[in-house]
Design a protein around this ligand. Sequence first.
Ligand SMILES: Nc1ncnc2c1ncn2[C@@H]1O[C@H](COP(=O)(O)OP(=O)(O)OP(=O)(O)O)[C@@H](O)[C@H]1O
Length: 327
Amino acid sequence: MEGVTARFGRAPRTVTALDDVSLTVASDQIHAIIGRSGAGKSTLVRTINGLAPVSSGRVLVDGEDITAASAAQLRATRRRIGMVFQHFNLYDRRTVAANVAFPLELQGLSRAQARSRTDRVLELVGLSDRAGHSPAQLSGGQKQRVGIARALVSEPNILLCDEATSALDSETTEQILALLEDVRRELGLTIVLITHELDVVKRIADDATLLESGRVVESGEVRSLVRDADSRLGAALFPHRVDAEPHNGPGSLTATFEGNLSARPYVSALTRDFDVDVTVASVSSERIAGVWFSRFHLIIARPDGSPAPLQPISAWLTERNVHVDRY
Ligand SMILES: Nc1ncnc2c1ncn2[C@@H]1O[C@H](COP(=O)(O)OP(=O)(O)OP(=O)(O)O)[C@@H](O)[C@H]1O
């Protein structure tokens, strides 16, 4: 997206839903769009399949400018983009299989082709045995599996998910996220996922964008955001609780380790190399974007109890790829 502005309504009552948004979604990645209600998340995602009005700027999907596309081009592009909704949007009067096959009917595929594709995606989402049921007979998680199957039946390479797990309990959310990861891997999909749940971002997103009042506040790789002590999104994903610590002051340092700690006994190495005493005031660990992050709040003192000079210790840690947040 290049400088995209999206407005609704006529002056003087215009609402600017997106305000000069520039953003890159890398292919084969899961990209989360986060923001408060009204921030413009749905509008942003709907510009990707040409469903939201773009007042200025360009939206390029695989290099093709959606905003300048003809109706026929837009229809072809939309076929490559599947969409999954919060409230599933299924027809209870049709069977599960007929719901899934619906987009293919619109595309005019033969019954036999539609049948074979429908069978394949129902198997992919683990619902082959429910093909003849009504969606009304399914649980919320199963309904969302049908929604995902319907989105995949056109064989898209992009999947847009608008709060796909917000109506589900945490266990079902986990199952749906695992399914999204599986289909991403198996089918080589790019997934853009709107969510207001930070746990969803931690669990599944490679990249994330924070929207506020229609503007991009931050956008980048989730792991980089967590490493960046100045990132708001990073702080939300892995809160820096150090401000609340009673031990702030001279000799106090927080550092974030990434990955497996077992081969990195840095705390004991510090005591030897710098002849200091190290107290671990707090430590917290989180698995984010597939990696364990551990944040240590250390109090480092000389043997006489006075605060140790932290600059060389910070440099020593940084050399070992430990992110020193503050000292
Ligand atoms: N069709 C529309 N007509 C008029 N205003 C609209 C329309 N769609 C969205 N808006 C306005 O644009 C702004 C952004 O809305 P959008 O739905 O994109 O936000 P959101 O971040 O997805 O919110 P939520 O999390 O509540 O779904 C809001 O002020 C909204 O009222």
